[in-house]
Ligand binder design. Structure first.
Ligand SMILES: [Zn+2]
Length: 457
């Protein structure tokens, strides 16, 4: 029989020995671990110990842990079923042909930092009457945090301030989640390319749209800089103990440090020294606080195929019944389009200090987190699914994005009547599915791990 442990061991020794020759390692890489846990309460304790949970099964979790976190988990009485080199967690990406400081040739469609800047400038140049690149801040390594502002009213585009209802899309809180950069970028490309399509035109004329594809360029560049994917999650701020990185999606202030985040700087889920300690989260804070017209926000992550809504910091449900009903109705509708699982974030485990708890709890913006494809680490490549999935994932999520933009004027509208349709000019997702299945390295070997429950990252 194929136990997950045997499968993972086979992966570790059999399929992942090709990479790393060109890598220059300055820090110890995390281990990919399998830990026994059956309930969300147990998973929360594991998250509290500093493990970034990447996949959930009924009998345990898989995730990344550095040595301190692993010691804490053991001390707390959890059974560590197996540990593996982090290459195992690549879910099949073999890293062949990768040149330093960029994506491997087979993933060249993904945008690195410079390519992203160029593309945003190109879009704004081509559509300068309705689009403009704005700098929201700078990272610790000096890279620009950029957003594309789309607004058809010249004075609003020029000033950056609008009286129209606003919708915000953010990607790349986590460095290795490169697909979370591509989807918002493609949304910008689509909105501008289709600006004369009547349904899109109506949205553009009546909404204020901001797209921020790459919030964490330092981390994202680090992930591809050494000649092999580094499985890097955090930003690249230097911590007081000499380690690097804060988990930007644990650094927001709303119930910061209320579980599911670590105060050990070496951990994957390090929350930072205080709320908004990081340049990147400060940039989002200042940006959101300066735009009182924002009504809808979507933060893209990978992977697991989930639609998540607040709260993350507590198992309690949102205590405003109408708001909860809006979230549940929207999530359910969007799940019909992208096939993802809709649920409250903390149904998986507690995570505090994330973006959407703050943007909803503090700012009153209806806020979602999408965990994009693939569904699991084992089926589809985890954080590194390959460029072949990009079109499918975009097509899966285009209608949900348009729906959010549409609802920005009044999300409560969703409770009253059916909404507009968003046209039929989109390719059906089904046509890509067989490609992904055939793409995989799994070849049916890992049947017993294909059905793991998703986790959030
Ligand atoms: Zn993430």
């Amino acid at each position: 029989m194929n136990t997950p442990r045997m499968v993972a061991t086979a992966l570790a020794i059999g399929l992942f020995s090709l990479s790393s020759s060109a890598a220059v390692q300055t820090e110890e890489l995390p281990k990919y671990v399998n830990i026994a846990a059956k309930t969300k309460e147990q998973r929360t304790l594991i998250a509290n110990a500093g493990v970034s949970i990447e996949a959930i099964r009924s009998d345990g979790i898989w995730g990344f842990a550095r040595p301190n976190a692993l010691a804490r988990v053991k001390k707390a009485g959890f059974k560590v079923l197996s540990t593996h080199s982090f290459e195992t967690g690549r879910g099949g990406h073999q890293g062949g042909g990768m040149s330093a400081k960029d994506f491997p040739s087979e993933d060249s469609r993904f945008h690195n930092y410079n390519e992203l800047i160029t593309e945003l400038d190109t879009l704004a140049g081509k559509h300068s009457d309705i689009a403009k690149v704005e700098q929201l801040g700078k990272t610790t390594e000096g890279r620009k945090i950029l957003a594309l502002h789309i607004n058809t009213t010249p004075i609003e585009l020029q000033s950056g301030q609008s009286t129209k209802p606003g919708a915000v899309f953010i990607g790349n809180h986590h460095a290795r989640e490169h697909l979370s950069i591509e989807i918002p970028l493609m949304l910008a490309q689509h909105l501008l390319a289709k600006r004369n399509d009547p349904a899109i035109q109506k949205l553009l004329e009546t909404r204020d749209i901001w797209i921020l594809p790459m919030l964490n360029p330092d981390g994202s560049e680090y992930d591809i800089a050494t000649g092999d994917y580094q499985m890097w999650r955090k930003n690249r701020a230097k911590n007081h103990d000499g380690t690097y990185g804060v988990d930007l999606n644990r650094n927001y202030s709303y119930f910061w440090n209320h579980g599911g985040a670590s105060n050990d700087p070496s951990d994957e889920t390090y929350m930072g020294t205080k709320p908004f300690s990081e340049n990147e989260t400060q940039a989002v804070k200042a940006f959101v606080e300066a735009h009182k017209n924002f009504k809808i926000l979507l933060s893209f992550h990978t992977f697991s195929e989930l639609i998540l809504y607040p709260w993350g910091h507590t198992y309690d449900k949102i205590n405003k019944p109408r708001d909860l009903q809006v979230y549940e109705t929207m999530a359910k509708q969007m799940s019909k389009w992208n096939g993802y699982t809709p649920q409250q974030s903390s149904d998986l485990y507690i995570a505090s200090g994330d973006t959407t708890d703050w943007t909803y709890g503090q700012q009153g913006i209806f806020s979602f987190t999408f965990e994009l494809s693939p569904r699991s680490m084992w089926f589809g490549g985890g954080f590194y699914p390959g460029e072949g999935v990009i079109d499918k994932v975009f097509n899966d999520n285009l209608k949900p994005c348009l729906y959010m933009i549409d609802l920005a004027d009044d999300p409560y509208r969703v409770l009253a009547k059916p909404l507009m349709s968003y046209g039929s000019s989109y390719q059906a997702p089904e046509k890509f599915i067989s490609k992904i299945q055939n793409d995989g390295q799994n070849n049916g070997l890992f049947a017993d791990v294909l059905f793991e429950k998703p986790a959030k990252f």
